[in-house]
Design a binder for this molecule. Structure first.
Ligand SMILES: Nc1ncnc2c1ncn2[C@@H]1O[C@H](COP(=O)(O)OP(=O)(O)OP(=O)(O)O)[C@@H](O)[C@H]1O
Ligand SMILES: [Mg+2]
Length: 484
């Protein structure tokens, strides 16, 4: 049978680790509790034992007191049942002595005498004056005797001190043994609590170690890997889940970056190859001046396209980095649109497309005029590009439910429903052959992403509806100035 024992590493010896700190805290708390509990136990035990001894000694002193009588000389004798008799104090109790007011010992039991126990007269006098109920005498600890003190009246009402004692050696020995056992148990308990604490900490932290291990194996080249999530549903499972979500976001942006780089290089390569090919051909064939001019013009067109693309890319990259702040100013949307439509009339005429602006009451907005112009221009540019000769384009500005609205509607080739969800993605172009048949110049698919970004920069949005073969309509909604 394969038995798996818990692996105990020495990680708990490293206080900089969480496991080390947990173990240390656990050990310290456990040890302190143990020390306090042992000290309390020792104290209570000592108190109970002493209390018992004391009450026994006092009972004994009170009992004996009644049976002591004094001769006129001051010599005490023990009377049993009222008759003078035995002189043996030892017959009733083992450790006893009687002293007079001057501190002179007048009687001492043989056993006390045998222990070689004696007190200074001054000490005995002091006890008789101060009358403490109990007193402990003797040194070292093993020789200690606990006395109960009682006062007797002798001839002439003279005070005598009766002391009944018990040896503390057996009790002290027991208490010392208890203390030693406790002291010896302490290091053993501390060591075992440290080991137990370490194992517990290791068990608790195992999912963290698993997460660390799994996360260490994930690099840029294998971002598809995920951290295993334990089904416990606790905080650590949540941590693993959160890490996984972060890795998923990283993976998505890595993929986006890769696609973006591939798209950019592809878009740059085509026009550059065209420019290179045409230029080389013109040079080799020693073409006439007119042909050279045509090549240069064609190259210029390509360069212009490249320029536009790089400018757009730059703006979108800045937008991605969140570096662009719109320069807001109060302006009338009607005026801006009328101006742009006027400007584009030449191009529209060249393409035999009717372009007109429909505006009514002024529509005030707080906007970055440069970016807003770029946005409307991109929409008009698209409409012109994808509307065959004889078509119509209408740019309408209106107020709608407290928002400013710009709508660019054309009677062009329209957009396939399959393409609609993608046209705002960078570098996305719907079926190129269709646009070519419509006589459009190839774009690079950055116009609409730019429109969307500008709309969002102004806390607005853009929507599109389109029917293939009938036309498209792009609507930008913007907040109106002075309207919350
Ligand atoms: N008015 C429109 N009518 C038909 N199709 C359109 C219209 N506007 C955009 N599209 C389609 O959406 C695609 C994306 O448009 P977008 O403006 O982003 O790129 P582009 O015009 O091809 O290139 P660029 O604007 O960068 O020069 C276009 O390629 C086209 O297929
Ligand atoms: Mg465009």
């Amino acid at each position: 049978m394969n038995v798996r024992l818990p692996k105990v590493s020495l990680g708990f010896l490293r206080p900089s680790s969480v496991r080390g700190r947990l173990t240390l805290q656990y050990t310290v708390i456990f040890s302190l509790t143990l020390v306090v509990a042992a000290a309390l136990l020792y104290g209570v035990l000592t108190w109970i034992i002493y209390w018992n001894i004391d009450s026994e000694l006092q009972d004994e002193a009170n009992y004996v007191k009644q049976y002591i009588q004094f001769a006129p000389t001051g010599q005490p004798t023990l009377v049993a049942n009222g008759a003078a008799g035995s002189d043996d104090l030892n017959a009733i109790f083992r450790l006893a002595q009687i002293s007079d007011a001057s501190g002179r010992l007048v009687k001492q039991s043989p056993e006390l005498k045998g222990l070689g126990f004696s007190l200074e007269p001054s000490e005995l006098k002091r006890i008789l004056v101060e009358r403490p109920t109990f007193i402990t005498h003797g040194w070292p600890r093993q020789e200690e005797i606990r006395f109960a003190n009682a006062v007797l009246r002798g001839p002439g009402n003279q005070p005598y001190l009766l002391q009944i004692g018990a040896r503390l050696k057996p009790i002290n020995d027991a208490l010392d043994t208890f203390l030693w056992v406790m002291l010896m148990l302490l290091p053993v308990t501390v060591a075992s609590s440290a080991v137990a604490g370490s194992i517990m900490a290791q068990r608790t932290l195992k999912p963290v170690a698993d997460i660390t291990h799994a996360a260490q194996k994930i690099t840029a080249s294998n971002l598809s890997q995920r951290i295993p999530v334990v089904a416990a549903g606790d905080e650590l499972a949540e941590l693993a889940q959160t890490c996984n979500e972060m890795i998923a976001r990283l993976e998505a942006s890595f993929q986006q970056m890769n696609e973006f780089a591939a798209n950019v290089s592809h878009e740059l390569r085509t026009p550059l190859q065209a420019i290179q090919g045409e230029t080389e051909l013109a040079l080799i064939s020693e073409a006439p001046l007119a042909e050279c001019r045509r090549v240069l013009e064609s190259n210029l067109e390509e360069i212009d396209r490249l320029n536009r693309m790089i400018r757009n890319l730059l703006v979108l990259a800045q937008a991605d980095a969140g570096q662009v702040r719109p320069r807001l100013e109060a302006l009338d949307l009607n005026e801006l649109v009328r101006d742009l439509v006027e400007q584009m009339q030449v191009v529209a005429a060249a393409r035999e497309v009717a372009l007109r602006a429909v505006t009514a009451a002024p529509v005030p907005v707080q906007a970055d005029s440069l970016r807003l112009r770029q946005m409307v221009l991109n929409l008009i540019d698209n409409a012109l590009k994808y509307t065959p000769p004889g078509g119509r384009i209408e740019v309408r500005v209106e107020r709608q439910l407290g928002r400013a609205r710009v709508q660019v509607r054309d009677t062009g080739i329209g957009i396939d429903p399959a393409d609609l969800p993608h046209i705002f993605e960078r570098f996305y172009r719907a079926d190129k052959s269709r646009s070519r048949t419509a006589g459009a110049v190839d774009g690079c698919g950055l116009g609409l992403p730019m429109v969307k970004w500008v709309a969002e920069l102004h806390r607005g949005s853009v929507e599109v509806t389109s029917t293939p073969g009938q036309g498209s309509s792009f609507t930008v909604n913007l907040p109106m100035a002075g309207v919350a």
